[in-house]
Structure formats: structure tokens, C-alpha cells
Design a protein around this ligand. Structure first.
Ligand code: GLC
Length: 574
């Protein structure tokens, strides 16, 4: 293997900015600030907590941190209801502290990505408050989607759109004199009024917010709900089967012009600043349109995350992802989890291991041990694929979804608005266990005055960072080794893969001449190819057999016995 050192590898880590293509292979760690680490002991994660744990992230081997919204917010949707885009919520810290954090991370070779929420604001945002205070037809209301109701006395919603958090997408206002007034649109909760992106103020304000953060040295922005900003001004009902670009509130063609302007803005900085889209779209070619060279740099690949633990399905997702990205020249991203979806350990242990918001239900049983094996295997699979990789905090600890949180402590509007049908997302947002044998597991400092904002299960004593550091084959050590190998091998990250012949329930591919990844989805061990040395495996493969639900990374030694073929399942290979 070549010893060439890529920018971004251990040797050059201090020089953030030295590699303008860094994002094509980066490992980006998602910090959900509220639940990462609590510095001031109030039970809520904060910037002081993140600063105290930066070395942990450096040791893990990540290239960048994406922070979920840290702005002033009433937290009606965990911070995705922003009241001031230029200030940090006092529960988290201050702007000055965010600036320090960005610098400290940079000194450790870690870039920072902030979360921009352009589709909607908090109902406490000064613009919305001004809109409520001003009458129908006012310029203040024109920045939102206020509309008279239908029917007698305007009692019916302007159309039948449904919120992404269940229930109606419209809420009726009261006039200053107390009489029922106009309705306003919110594709999420009623505390998140949608902005009108045809309005010049809305565009100018968000461009100013982008500059505000890019001027503070952030390396990029994650764009929340990036496919929703533009609406058909006629507000028609949603057709049963809208054709491409025909949906009245999703993936409208006018959006591309917004992102082209943002790209010019990002490119006006001399070092590379990136735009990452949160784009949930079933049509992968429409998805890829956002990644044309003059639009966003990358977008989360949710198709991979939504697939069940099944070789054919995952292979299909990998193939279609790579095929859709190739024509636009963008690298794919690989995402196993985030703050919105069921944690992989739990999902992969469920009878139906696919993910969809629409079908997620509370109380689905999971074989956590099986799920954890598969999550380990999935990590090696995802990290070996061409492109960049996202890790959601706690994924590297193998945390499961906490499905037994007390119902009266749940905060997620997805749970609240669905009347409990949807379990909501609190279960993947439980504060991290760092050390010790009981809650708060080092999440809050000794002598903390507040309990963690969501209770941590006692069983997490085995999953703390401290405990896993001591355990050679822990998930944390697997992730650390995986990221170290990924960073030091230039063939990983951006590039191509070559599928190798294998049985149907095995995925095997090469990256260049010197790297092979094999995942065994079958129910029996498979023999690893000869002529390869084992770099890393998600389960014990030291006898030359890869157990079921496991992945291995191999280095072919160019031995004449290695011909690129792999055997199918072998019974009794223990
Ligand atoms: C995105 C966020 C999610 C949030 C929603 C509304 O999907 O990831 O957490 O609730 O947008 O802003």
C-alpha cells in the first residue's frame, strides 16, 4: 500500500483548510448539543460540555463536527424553531463561546458545520411576532404564508395539506381584537411558521445569516428541510401522484436558483466552504439535481439508511446512489443514523429493519444483541463505501433507541402531534453516557443541580466511553480503528468501488487493488478469501471465517491464490 499522506490525515490535521476537496471523503460527526455533554450542570448539554470533549472527537478521528441548531430557540422542536439565527441559546452558551469552540476545534484539525433552518422560523421570531401584530395584507405578513380560511366565516383551512409532524399544516390566528383571523402555514409544528421564499427579505436575510456564520470560520452549513422552501403560490391540493416538480410544496424547480446563489456565496470564500442538503426525496435523480456542480456540495443519502438489513436491498441502494451521483460529479454520503431516526442497533434488530417515518410505530420489539452485531457490520460497510461518512453521536457507542422513556417526559412534537402513534425521536436523543456506573454517567459534572433532560437507562453503565475504552472489542474501539484505517488509506473515501463475485447474501467489493470489504448477511459463517490479511472485522474472524451479520476489511497481498472470488456460506466454519 502506498504510504502517501493525504491532506486530512494525521500528519496534516492541524492545517485545516489545506485541502479544498476535504468534504469529498470527510468523516463528519453530528453533535446534538442538548445531549452531548453538560458543562454547567443543569442537565442540558451545552457548548462548555462540547469544548471539554473535543479531544474525544479528535481521538475518535473525525474531520468535522456538524452541530444541530444552537441558536436562541423556545425548543418547541429541539432548536429547529429558531428565534434568532445570530445568537446562541443561553442554555447552550454564548456567541463568544461558539467562536472559541470553532477555533479550538480547528486547532485540533476539526472543521465546524452549522445547521441553517431556512424553511421556517420560531413563532417567537421577531418577524412572526410582527406579522401577527400587523393586519391581513400587511408587508410583515407577506414574509409568511398567511391566508384567509375557506367556507363560511373562513372556518376551514385554506387547503388540506398535512404537517410533517401529523395533523393540519395550518393554524388560525386571532385578530388583535380577539376575533378569528387568517390562517398561517406550517409544514412542521404550529410553532414553526413557514417562510415565503418568493419574498426578497427572506432571501436576503438567509444570505446574511450564511455570511454571518461563514465569517466566523465555519467550514460549511447543513441546510434543514432543503427540499421544502418553495411553494406553489396558488396553494393547490396535493395531487395523488404528482409528476417531477409538480408537488406544491416539495422539490420545486425554483429552489435550484436559491441554492445556485448560495453556492456563489460559499465560493466567495477562498478556502472551501460547503453546503450540505437535508433532502428527503424518493426520486434519486431529482435528489441528484441538487448536487449539480453549481449547487450543493453534498446531501444526506437517506435511501441507504431507510433500507432493511438485506444484501440485495443494500446493494441496490449503493448502486443507485453511485449511479445517480456520478453524472453530477458529487460524492455520495453514507449515513446510518441521525437525531430523527431510530438508532441502528434497535432498527437492525427489528423484524422489519427498514426505516420510514410514515410506518414507524411505538413498542416494536427488537433483538438488541442481533441489532448491535449488524450495526457493527453496517459501520464497516458504510465506512468503506465511496464518499463521505456521517456519524451521529452515540452511534460509535452502539447506543440503542431508548424505547421505554416515561411518556410524560417526551418532548418531541412528532410524538405529541401524532397522539402517541409515532413514538417520536426522543429515544435517539438521550444524553450520552461518558463514565461511571449510574446516571448522569459523566454527562453532567459532579455536583450537578439538574438531572439529564431525558433519563438515561441504567444498562448504559456498560456502554459508557470509559467502559468501552477498557474493552478491546467494544463498538468505540471498532469505530476508532475503522476511522484510523479509513484516514490513512487514500483509496478509501472518495473514489470508485468494484463489486467482487460473491454469494447472494454476501456483499463484497474492492477499493483499488489493496482493499476489500466483505459483509456476510447469510446465516452461516463464510470463509474469507486466502491471500488477504485481515485489517479489521466487526466480529471475531481470526479463524479465517466471517460470522453471519459481520463485516471484514481485508488487504489482498497479491498472492497468486487470491483471484477476487469469494466463497458462499460454509456450514460449520467455526
Ligand atoms: C429536519 C430536522 C428535524 C426537524 C425538521 C424541522 O428534518 O432534522 O429534526 O424537526 O427538519 O425543522
Amino acid at each position: 500500500m502506498t504510504e502517501a499522506v493525504l491532506a486530512g490525515s494525521a500528519t496534516t490535521r492541524g492545517i485545516v483548510g489545506a485541502d479544498d476537496q476535504w468534504w469529498r471523503r470527510a468523516v463528519i460527526y453530528q453533535v446534538y448539543v442538548r445531549s452531548f455533554a453538560d458543562g454547567n450542570g443543569d442537565g442540558i448539554g451545552d457548548l462548555a460540555g462540547v469544548r471539554s470533549r473535543l479531544q474525544y472527537l479528535a481521538d475518535l478521528g473525525v474531520d468535522a463536527i456538524w452541530f444541530t441548531p444552537w441558536y436562541v430557540s423556545p425548543l418547541a422542536d429541539g432548536g429547529y424553531d429558531v428565534a434568532d439565527y445570530r445568537a446562541i441559546d443561553p442554555a447552550f452558551g454564548s456567541l463568544e463561546e461558539a467562536e472559541r469552540l470553532i477555533d479550538e476545534a480547528r486547532n485540533l484539525g476539526i472543521r465546524t458545520i452549522v445547521d441553517i433552518v431556512p424553511n421556517h422560523v420560531s413563532d417567537q421570531h421577531p418577524w412572526f411576532q410582527a406579522a401577527l401584530a400587523s393586519g391581513p395584507g400587511s408587508p410583515e405578513r407577506a414574509r409568511f404564508w398567511f391566508h384567509p380560511g375557506r367556507g363560511k366565516d373562513g372556518n376551514e383551512m385554506p387547503n388540506g395539506w398535512v404537517s410533517n409532524f401529523s395533523g393540519p399544516a395550518w393554524t388560525r390566528t386571532q385578530n388583535p381584537d380577539g376575533t378569528p383571523g387568517e390562517w398561517y402555514l406550517h409544514l412542521f409544528s404550529a410553532h414553526q411558521p413557514d417562510l415565503n421564499w418568493s419574498h426578497p427579505d427572506v432571501r436576503a436575510e438567509h444570505e446574511a445569516v450564511l455570511r454571518f456564520w461563514l465569517d466566523r470560520g465555519v467550514a460549511g452549513v447543513r441546510i434543514d428541510s432543503a427540499m421544502l422552501l418553495m411553494k406553489d403560490p396558488a396553494l393547490p391540493e396535493i395531487p395523488a401522484a404528482p409528476g417531477p416538480g409538480e408537488h406544491p410544496n416539495t422539490d420545486r424547480d425554483e429552489l435550484h436558483e436559491v441554492y445556485r446563489r448560495w453556492r456563489v456565496l460559499a465560493d466567495s470564500y477562498s478556502d472551501s466552504r460547503i453546503l450540505v442538503g437535508e433532502i428527503w426525496l424518493p426520486d434519486i435523480d431529482r435528489f441528484a439535481n441538487y448536487l449539480r456542480p453549481d449547487e450543493l456540495h453534498t446531501a444526506f443519502n437517506f435511501d441507504f439508511l431507510a433500507r432493511p438489513w438485506d444484501a440485495a436491498s443494500l446493494r441496490d441502494s449503493i448502486d443507485s446512489t453511485l449511479a445517480a451521483h456520478a453524472p453530477v460529479g458529487a460524492p455520495a454520503t453514507w449515513v446510518l443514523s441521525n437525531h430523527d431516526v431510530t438508532r441502528p442497533v434497535t432498527r437492525y434488530g427489528q423484524a422489519d429493519s427498514s426505516f420510514a417515518f410514515a410506518t414507524r410505530r411505538a413498542g416494536v420489539p427488537s433483538d438488541i444483541e442481533l441489532g448491535r452485531k449488524r450495526a457493527r457490520a453496517a459501520a464497516l460497510l458504510a465506512a468503506a463505501l465511496p464518499g463521505s461518512l456521517y456519524i451521529y453521536q452515540g452511534e460509535e457507542l452502539g447506543l440503542e433507541e431508548v424505547q421505554d422513556l416515561p411518556l410524560d417526559q417526551l418532548q418531541d412534537p412528532m410524538y405529541l402531534r401524532s397522539g402517541g402513534t409515532d413514538p417520536g425521536r426522543d429515544g435517539c436523543r438521550v444524553p450520552l453516557p461518558w463514565a461511571g456506573t449510574g446516571s448522569p454517567f459523566g454527562f453532567s459534572p459532579v455536583g450537578a443541580i439538574g438531572d439529564p433532560w431525558l433519563p438515561q437507562p441504567n444498562r448504559w453503565a456498560e456502554l459508557t466511553v470509559e467502559a468501552q475504552q477498557r474493552t478491546p472489542h467494544s463498538m468505540l474501539n471498532l469505530y476508532r480503528t475503522m476511522l484510523r484505517i479509513r484516514r490513512s488509506d487514500p483509496v478509501l473515501g472518495d473514489g470508485h468501488l468494484q463489486w467482487l463475485p460473491s454469494a447472494d447474501d454476501v456483499l463484497a467489493f474492492a477499493r483499488g487493488d489493496g482493499f476489500v470489504c466483505i459483509t456476510n448477511f447469510s446465516h452461516a459463517p463464510i470463509e474469507l478469501p486466502s491471500g488477504c490479511s485481515l485489517l479489521l472485522a466487526s466480529a471475531d474472524a481470526s479463524d479465517g471465517f466471517l460470522p453471519s451479520d459481520a463485516s471484514a476489511w481485508l488487504r489482498p497481498e497479491r498472492s497468486p491464490t487470491y483471484d477476487g472470488t469469494l466463497q458462499g456460506p460454509t456450514e460449520g466454519g467455526e
